[in-house]
Design a protein around this ligand. Structure first.
Ligand SMILES: Cc1cc2nc3c(=O)[nH]c(=O)nc-3n(C[C@H](O)[C@H](O)[C@H](O)COP(=O)(O)O)c2cc1C
Length: 139
């Protein structure tokens, strides 16, 4: 059976979407989902879950991501290798705070491999970090 990876992201303005698509292009076997269309019921079939989110409020999760977080927190996900990436802006006091929220929960509940924080739209100079992130999910 093949190694199954889901990339689940939420993006309002497109920065996190672009980053999710860049990671998906580095992991051709991965399936890309928007958080709002993702059914957590399929997670038992997956080996890895990669979550992407921007940050809102004062270092907080956007509402759609918060609902996904709350659902995930209740599920058995110890079999999953996980990663979390996000975009944010360093001029806010809690840069990519949403990534930190997921990191803490995923560290406790799953096999967290990596996190990644990117300033707004990823740049070519970020590619080595994206490649490093993706390489950890290659089976
Ligand atoms: C009202 C508001 C609050 C924000 N709060 C934060 C924050 O606390 N920390 C942070 O790193 N970025 C914050 N941001 C910046 C966004 O997370 C950033 O622009 C992100 O790249 C947007 O992603 P998207 O284009 O995928 O929607 C905030 C943006 C807005 C408009």
């Amino acid at each position: 059976m093949s190694y199954k990876i889901a990339i689940v992201y939420h993006s309002a303005g497109g920065n996190t979407k672009a980053l999710a698509e860049a990671l998906a292009s580095l992991l051709p076997e991965a399936e890309l989902f928007r958080t709002s269309e993702f059914d957590t019921g399929i997670l038992p079939e997956y080996d890895a879950l990669i979550i992407g989110t921007y940050t809102w409020g004062n270092g907080e999760l956007p509402a759609k991501t918060a609902a996904f977080y709350a659902e995930l927190e209740q599920l058995p996900i110890s079999h999953l290798k996980t990663g979390v990436f996000g975009t944010g802006e360093t001029n806010y006091s809690h840069f990519c705070g949403a990534v930190d929220h997921f990191r803490d929960m995923l560290f406790a509940k799953s096999q967290l491999l990596v996190t990644l924080k990117i300033e707004q739209m990823y740049q070519e100079s970020d590619l080595p970090r994206l490649q490093k992130f993706a390489s950890l999910f290659k089976n």
